[in-house]
Structures are given as structure tokens and as C-alpha cells.
Design a protein around this ligand. Structure first.
Ligand code: PA5
Length: 424
């Protein structure tokens, strides 16, 4: 069982928590399965798993192999759903300090002037490939970075056009048209898949494969989770997670903290933040999603979680790895008083920290639940991605919002373009 869900709720007022009934949960779930949610044409992230395109997976793996062979650096240009999924999977699965394969860097995911200036100085002299990822092709951050990257490649490489791979709309948009004109290799962001649901399309898969990760195992992990959920009853962990979140929202809770117990899971948390924030945060509804890394952040905002405003719920994400990592060594004289831990693996210390924190926070009035992965590999991460995607479609449906649009993202863009003097 690669994923499971446990709960730790405080007693008292929450004993009366108005949870949705099994029928309500299953009704929302069935709407996702049957394609009767709001914007049902945006359920492509599910249907593509039920009818896998193996030729596409193979093609992506081949192009990634070329990048791994020829590039020192793969520069991925994109923002929001166009990069968070790839970054999440890489952080989870590329071992730290491995130095294997090309360095994968990101650009156009912010407007930081210093970063974008130094980046191209750093790239000078290296063999660079670029994957520019933008469905619309008009998003300012990646479009600006791509201008620089294109010029950089064209000035240095005779085969510049071959080093650029565009992942964009199937048949329209500024990037699509430009890529066709230049003859770049192209991948498609499928029409029925929103940015934040696109990690298992070429948006995420090409950079992930270029990082040396087995995309077949990742993709088919998600397929397995999607199939399992097709036959699920109301007790399935993803449906219980959706129901819990909805119940806490209705009870007046405001914020969901995802507490990851391993730094490799922090990127998954950042991806989850976008998925839940953009899917639920509308019509003045939704839990505000925040990722924290424990135990690091227990020494930062842990005080607030324990004793601040009681509007938080907390979902732990952890790996069942108590036997892993180096064991504490025994020292003569016990100078730091740690010999009582001699022989204990790091994983066990971390597990006890998790158990203690979950209990302390529940006692302090922060209800929590835990998603545990029995291991961290490509298949399990694929399962986890689908778990959160399905759960947000269900919880958004329970909440009565459209989980697949993001109308609020446009407001800052309109004001920014007006300040920048963009022609009408
Ligand atoms: O989830 C989303 O739809 C957004 O985060 C988009 O992915 C992001 O705004 C980038 O859009 P585009 O791919 O059109 O450049």
C-alpha cells in the first residue's frame, strides 16, 4: 500500500464536526468520474491516464536522452503550472549531491532582475538546451526569459533551433506560431489539462526525464492510483482527505498547513499549494494552502502553529523510513548527552519528531491528518500526484466552486500591463 491516511483530531468542538455524508462524498467523486463537474472538458488530466499514450512517453524519453547526452544545462522556462510539477518531482527523486546528468535550471518563473542577469553569465561557455513551456505563449515572465534565451543560443550555437523545444498549445498562440515558423521541436499542452494539472503531460515529463527519472514508472503510478480510485468507496484516502478539508472549511478553519517531514517533499508541497490555491480559492472560499518543512520550520513558525490563532488544520506528508539514514554514533564520555540515541537511525529520530509534533499540535487545537508514503520512488510519486489531483477535484466540487478555472490570476496582469504601457 504505497499511500495511506491517518487522522489525529482533538476532541471537544470538533467531535461535532459536520462532515459530509458518504453519499455526498461519493456524489462529488462520481461527478469527477462521469465528467459532470463544472468545466468537464477540463478533466483531461484524468482521461489521459485511462488511455495512456505510450508512443508519446517513448518519444519524450528519447528527446530527454539526447538532452542528457549533449547538454550541460537544460534551462526550463515557464511559470506556475508550467514548472512547479517538474520541480516537485525532481526535488523528490533526484538524489541530493548526485551530480548526475545535465544541471536543470529554471527561468521565467519570476521577474527577478539579478537572477536573469547572472543566469546568462553563468550559462556562457556551457552546452545549453532550452525547454520553453507556455500554453498561451503570452505570459510575460516566460516570454521575457525566452527572448533572452533565444538570443543567447542563436549567438553561440549553429544548431540553436534544435536546442529549443517548445511545449505549448496544439494549434494556436504566440509560442505555437513562433515555434512552427522556426521549426522547433514541439510538444503539446493538451486542451483539457490546466497548467496546475499538467505535470504528467510533456510540460512536466520532458524536464523530469531529462533529470534521469523513470517517467514510465511515474506515469503508470498515477495510472494505478486513478484506476484504484475509479472503484473506490467513500473510505478511500483521497476521498476522506477531500471530505476532511471540506468539513474543516465549513467549520470556519482558514488555513491548511502541509507539513512535510523530509526536504525531498518540499517541492511537492509547493506544487500542492498551487493546485489547491488556484482550484479552491475563489468566491471567497477555500482553505489557504501553505507548505512548511519540519522539523526546520518548527524552529520558525512552530510557535504560531502551536499557540497562534486557532484557524489552522495541518496535513503531514511523510515517508515510512524509520530504519533509514545514518545511525547515531556512540561517543566516549557522552559529551553532548546523546549516547541514549546510540544506534538509532536518523529516520527513527525523524519519525518520533513527527509523532510528537502531530500530538502536540492536536492538543494545541490544530486538527491534523497524515499522508504516509511507504517509499519514495517514481511510482509512488506518480500515485501521490494523482491522489492530490483527484482529491482537489472532489473537494472543490463539494465546496461548490469550479476547481478548474483561475479567473483571479488575471487581475494583477491587467494592472501590470497597464503600468507597463502595453498597447491595447
Ligand atoms: O495553472 C495555470 O493554469 C497557471 O499556473 C499557468 O500554468 C501559468 O499561468 C502559465 O501559463 P502559460 O502556460 O499560458 O504561460
Amino acid at each position: 500500500m504505497p499511500l495511506h491516511l491517518d487522522r489525529q483530531y482533538v476532541t471537544g468542538p470538533l467531535a461535532d464536526l459536520d462532515r459530509p455524508t458518504d453519499d455526498q462524498i461519493l456524489d462529488a467523486h462520481r461527478r469527477v468520474l462521469d465528467g459532470t463537474t463544472e468545466d468537464p472538458e477540463m478533466l483531461g488530466w484524468r482521461s489521459m491516464l485511462l488511455d495512456p499514450d505510450d508512443a508519446l512517453l517513448e518519444n519524450v524519453a528519447e528527446v530527454a536522452a539526447e538532452i542528457r547526452q549533449r547538454a550541460d544545462v537544460l534551462l526550463c522556462i515557464g511559470i506556475g503550472g508550467s514548472y512547479l510539477g517538474a520541480e516537485a518531482v525532481m526535488e523528490a527523486l533526484v538524489p541530493p549531491f548526485s551530480g548526475d546528468g545535465p544541471e536543470i535550471l529554471f527561468a521565467g518563473n519570476h521577474l527577478g532582475p539579478d537572477y536573469h542577469e547572472r543566469l546568462f553569465d553563468y550559462l556562457d561557455g556551457q552546452s545549453v538546451y532550452v525547454n520553453v513551456i507556455s500554453k498561451s505563449g503570452t505570459t510575460l515572465e516566460p516570454a521575457l526569459a525566452f527572448r533572452m534565451a533565444r538570443r543567447f543560443l542563436e549567438e553561440r550555437f549553429d544548431d540553436a533551433d534544435r536546442r529549443i523545444i517548445a511545449t505549448t498549445d496544439a494549434d494556436r498562440g504566440a509560442l505555437h506560431d513562433f515555434a512552427v515558423e522556426k521549426g522547433y521541436r514541439r510538444y503539446v499542452v493538451p486542451n483539457g489539462v490546466g497548467g496546475r494539472f499538467s505535470v504528467l503531460t510533456p510540460v512536466g515529463l520532458l524536464p523530469i526525464a531529462a533529470a534521469g527519472i523513470d517517467i514510465q514508472a511515474l506515469f503508470y503510478g498515477a495510472v494505478a492510483q486513478a484506476k484504484e480510485l475509479t472503484d473506490a468507496d467513500a473510505n478511500a484516502p483521497a476521498l476522506q482527505y477531500a471530505a476532511d478539508r471540506y468539513a474543516f472549511h465549513e467549520a470556519g478553519y482558514k488555513t491548511e498547513v502541509m507539513a512535510v517531514m523530509d526536504p525531498r517533499l518540499k517541492g511537492i508541497g509547493a506544487w500542492w499549494q498551487q493546485l489547491y490555491g488556484e482550484s479552491e480559492g475563489k468566491e471567497h472560499k477555500g482553505l489557504f494552502p501553505v507548505v512548511l518543512q519540519y522539523t526546520t520550520d518548527l524552529h520558525s513558525v512552530g510557535q504560531y502553529v502551536q499557540q497562534g490563532q486557532r484557524t489552522l488544520v495541518e496535513s503531514f506528508l511523510r515517508i515510512d523510513d524509520a530504519t533509514e539514514g545514518p545511525s547515531v554514533q556512540k561517543e566516549d564520555g557522552d559529551p553532548d548527552g546523546l549516547n541514549y540515541l546510540a544506534g538509532t537511525p536518523y529516520g527513527e529520530v525523524n519519525e518520533k519528531a513527527y509523532q510528537a509534533t502531530a500530538e502536540a499540535h492536536a492538543e494545541g487545537g490544530v486538527p491534523n491528518w497524515t499522508v504516509t508514503l511507504d517509499r519514495l520512488d517514481a511510482e509512488t510519486v506518480g500515485r501521490l500526484l494523482y491522489f492530490y489531483e483527484h482529491a482537489v477535484a472532489v473537494s472543490g466540487t463539494l465546496l461548490g466552486v469550479n476547481p478548474f478555472n483561475q479567473p483571479g490570476v488575471e487581475t494583477y496582469k491587467q494592472k501590470m500591463f497597464s503600468l507597463l504601457g502595453k498597447p491595447e
